[in-house]
Structures are given as C-alpha cells and as structure tokens.
Ligand binder design. Structure first.
Ligand code: SF4
Length: 377
C-alpha cells in the first residue's frame, strides 16, 4: 500500500522554494527618515529599544543608551512623562549618536517641547493624546522640524470608543485606531508616519498588520507588548515579530522584555539573523549534544557566543559535540570544532587545522575567530 502511494507521488522540483531567496520579498513601504536611520522603503530592518532609567537622570540615561548602542541598538526611545523630562532631551541627544525618539502619552504639550529639544521622532498614542486639534498641532510642529510621528496603537490604551466597541484583542480595534489617526494626519498633509499595532495577543497582532498592510504603505514598527520576562517574552516576541517578518511585513522592531533592555537587543538581533535579515556578527551553530558527546560542549558554546557578541564581521562558527555531524557542520562553517574523547578537532574553511586537548579547545577556537575577523576577544 505504502509503495503504491509513494510510487504515485510525482516529484515536482518547480514547486520547491528557492531557499536562497528566503525570506520572501518585503512589503513595499514608504521610506521615513528618523535621524540617520531610514525606516521602510526596503532599507534594512532596524532594531530599537527603550531606556528604563529616569529620563531626568541624564548621565544614567546617556550611559544606558551607549550600552544599548554598543549592543546593536539603532534607534532609542525615552519616556517623556513630564516637562522636566522633555527639557532633558536636547542634552541627551547631544551625547548620543543614534536617533532619539520621545515617547509621549496624554500631553501634546510634551510632544511640542520634545520637538523643540530636537528629537528625531515622536511616538504618540492615539488612545490618549486628546482631541484632534492637539494632534494637528503636533503634526504641524513635526512637519516644520522635518521629523516623523509614530502612531503607536497599544492594546492597553485603545481609544475609548473602540475599547467599548471591540475586545482589547480584536484586530479591528487596532486597525480602526490607526486609520482614524492616519486620516487626521493626512488631512493636515502629514505623511511622515510610522505605525505600530501592539497587542500582547499574537493572533491579534498578526491579523491587524495583515489587514492594515493592504490599506496603507506606511512603514511598520513591530512588537509584542507586555511580552513578559526574558525567556517567555523572547519566545513570544520571536513568534509574533518573526511571523510577520517571515511574510515580508515589518520595517523596524522592538522586543519588549521585563529585563535589562540590552537583552532586548540581543534577542532582536537573533530574530533578524534567524530570518536571514541580518548577516553581520557571529552565528554560532551548535549541536544539542547527546550521549556521544564527550566534552563540555554546552559551556563552550555559551561562552563562545558571549565572548564574540561584540564582533560585527559575519562569521559562521560551528560548535559540535562529536564526529557524527561535527566535522560536516564544522566544515560548512567558516570555523569550528568537533569534540572527541578528551580532545577536539579545529576546522577552518573546510580544512582540519589540528587536534586540541579539551581544556584548550575554547581558547583555540576563540583565537581562530579573532584571527579571521581581526577583532580582539
Ligand atoms: Fe550528538 Fe554528535 Fe550530533 Fe552533537 S554532533 S548531537 S554529540 S551526534
């Protein structure tokens, strides 16, 4: 029976996807410039985060932004809860080199002050910014300053009329909130817009983006709001953000974690790398280990990943437990190791370099990575 089924199945190579073209073409979106970063328009998907310092503590905020920038953050947003915080933005901006975004809720006056301080972008929340006249005023000031506005729709703060009509995880509420705000801005000839539709519900997030993507060409800032702690939130974000990116939707991403914001950058970079949307830096390919592994591979893999995170040169590094799949994977990588009994084999570009005692294996691999990338480890 099984032979009949298998013999009746016809191979059709034409239906095989060309995996070299993965991920699929990106949605065409208009290009919006925030400082020196272009969001949308086919430009690389940028990574952003948000500080969790008191914005008025300028040294602490600048210090955290520098740490985030070092980790790979390309756009930074700070909370602007009051006039004092707004007044600090100019000084913060002077000390950093990535675009600064002011996160505004409730008060359009804070948005106007932030624009005067020279920020590169404003995030406003249509659910709480107030009446249309106030939004118009912000749009006029942003147009004069030549900076974009992000319409940040969020499940926790949908406009009242929509939260009464729809449940907080109904994609129609998100799409309607965004379209209402877009209409208002467009009526005022303002089109320098980025949109985010953030729900803590993945299905809602996916549906809302897919609906809105058919109606507007503004770039999308992706994120899953209130995603959770580092482990759970990373998985939820990877599924939500990754599912959209895998269908070509998304122009900039923020992974929201209840953790040090530097971890958000680490996770965001990993999501982009997994989808082939980011090629710089070290990619560690490591096996899960099994009963054949005779070296402490878990520690070596973790340590190599940590110690090479700062490297920008693209390099594939294989860390494999044994000779079953080890040399095969290691040879396909730029450099790698395969474990043995108390020793390991070091490979580079498909060639065996040498056998190394287990306790020198990590160091030998790191030295080879350093040699190939020209970077200190
Ligand atoms: Fe097991 Fe070797 Fe495969 Fe690692 S490479 S999972 S040790 S068989």
């Amino acid at each position: 029976m099984s032979r009949n089924i298998s013999s009746s199945r016809k191979r059709n190579d034409k239906t095989n996807p060309d995996l070299d073209e993965y991920p699929p073409p990106r949605r065409k979106s208009r290009a919006v410039k925030a400082g020196n970063v272009i969001i949308g328009g086919g430009f690389p998907v940028s990574i952003q985060s948000m500080t969790n310092t008191d914005t008025c503590d300028i040294p602490a905020t600048v210090n955290q932004i520098h740490q985030l920038e070092e980790a790979g953050c390309e756009i930074i947003r700070v909370a602007v809860p009051n006039e004092m915080a707004a007044a600090c933005l100019g000084q913060i901006k002077k000390q950093i080199s990535i675009p600064l975004v002011a996160d505004i809720h409730f008060s359009h006056k804070l948005a106007l002050n932030a624009i005067k301080e020279g920020v590169d972008k404003i995030r406003i929340n249509p659910g709480n910014i107030g009446d249309n006249r106030k939004v118009k005023e912000v749009a006029r000031a942003a147009a004069e300053a030549g900076i974009p506005l992000r319409i940040g729709v969020n499940s926790g703060s949908l406009p009242e009329k929509l939260s009464k009509k729809y449940s907080h995880s109904d994609p129609r509420a998100f799409v309607t909130a965004a379209l209402d705000e877009i209409e208002l801005l467009e009526k005022n000839n303002f089109k320098n817009i980025v949109i985010s539709l953030k729900s803590s519900n993945i299905a809602c997030t996916l549906a809302a983006h897919k609906i809105l993507a058919q109606q507007v060409d503004y770039p999308f800032h992706l994120g899953i709001t209130e995603a959770g702690t580092e482990f759970a939130g990373s998985i939820k974000s990877a599924i939500g953000i990754g599912s959209l990116l895998a269908t070509g939707i998304g122009d900039t991403i923020r992974v929201s974690l209840t953790a040090d914001p530097v971890r958000e950058i680490v996770v965001a970079k990993q999501i982009l790398k997994a989808l082939n949307l980011k090629k710089d830096g070290i990619e560690v390919i490591s096996c899960p280990t099994c009963g054949r592994c005779q070296i402490d591979l878990i520690d070596i893999a973790r340590s190599v990943e940590e110690k090479t995170r700062h490297i920008k040169t693209p390099l594939k590094v294989a860390v494999m437990g044994c000779v079953v799949n080890g040399p095969g994977e290691a040879r396909a990588a730029d450099v790698g190791i395969a474990g043995g009994a108390g020793f390991g084999t070091l490979f580079a570009h498909g060639e065996i370099l040498r056998k190394v005692p287990e306790k020198e294996l990590e160091q030998a691999l790191l030295a080879e990575i350093s040699r190939l990338t020209g970077e200190d480890i």
